[in-house]
Design a protein around this ligand. Sequence first.
Ligand SMILES: C=CC1=C(C)c2cc3[nH]c(cc4nc(cc5[nH]c(cc1n2)c(C)c5CCC(=O)O)C(CCC(=O)O)=C4C)c(C)c3C=C
Ligand SMILES: [Fe+2]
Ligand SMILES: [Fe+2]
Length: 343
Amino acid sequence: MPFFRPEPEAARQASGRTGVLLCNLGTPDAATPPAVRRYLAEFLSDPRVVEIPPALWQPLLHGLILRRRPAASAKKYQSIWLPEGSPLLVYSRKQAVLLRGWLGERGVDVSVRLAMRYGQPSVAAELDALKAEGCTRVLVLPLYPQYSGTTTASVIDAVAAWSRSVRHVPELRFVNRFHDDAGYIDALARRVHEHWMADGRPDRLLMSFHGVPQRVVDAGDPYHGECLETARRLAQRLALREGDWAIAFQSRFGRAKWVGPATQATLEGWGRAGLKRVDVVCPGFVADCLETLEEIAIEGRAAFQAAGGGELRYLPCLNNHPAWLAALASLVQTHLQGWPVGR
Ligand SMILES: C=CC1=C(C)c2cc3[nH]c(cc4nc(cc5[nH]c(cc1n2)c(C)c5CCC(=O)O)C(CCC(=O)O)=C4C)c(C)c3C=C
Ligand SMILES: [Fe+2]
Ligand SMILES: [Fe+2]
């Protein structure tokens, strides 16, 4: 038995293609408790995500969390599920298809595939597929604008794990972050502006990012600082004054302290202050998902209004916005420099 798998025929040819692998977090393949349990079991067993020794964490995960959470989470997924499937997968797939088109229009002929870090389509299967298409160079672009060990580094781990089974490992490049990329900031600003042109400005704009445990940040994870930088640049680009906007962190998991201020508490505070209209944008997510469509647009709105607030408008993620696809294509082109990409 060889240690490494035989090379696919296309990968044995001399002139290799260039491939781009987009990678997002992953999502259950159905809005049912068993599917959510399978997804959470894989996701929450990753030591990048939960930094507790497995001997302590696994009994807790399987004995407690995976008994209760899947049913509650499945209900939430049901409330946002699209006819074609989970929003995160639907929008991310479309991004990969559109990116290929945008690059093609610019004369950049590369293979583009979408993978999910957890669940399907897997990183390993999509890297195999790129090799089968003859790719000997792969640019890996995690769809996380801000770097975190909990997300970006986990994609790098998955690529490294795959490479351990491969004889001819392609040349690899990673885009670790694009939190301050001018095209990304511009696309966010356009997204917000379009809503304001159609409906007018709110009393206040909340920029809500996914949170991470405080100890991750204390240990040197750059995520928090990069979120602050994205928010500062977006506020500047929208010519907002101090007091017109705020930053907050959502999706707390477990009992440990997470970075703050918390989105929910901020919205409740604004509700108690009697704000008539607030807009919420989630710049850390490039595709709508459970955390935006349910946690913000449903739970966040309910919390704001229960506290006495007026209207909460959720501004959708970048999804398939043309300004975002243009920015993504430019980001890829920048990182492909020096690699052959012509027809
Ligand atoms: C266990 C702790 C978690 C950390 C740390 C974490 C970091 C983190 N996550 C995202 C992006 C997404 N998270 C999503 C869902 C989600 N996140 C956690 C927990 C942690 N995330 C859980 C348990 C879940 C599942 C949903 C639930 O049961 O509540 C999603 C959405 C997935 C979907 O299917 O729609 C995204 C996207 C980032 C960016 C991040 C750190 C920077
Ligand atoms: Fe998360
Ligand atoms: Fe959540």
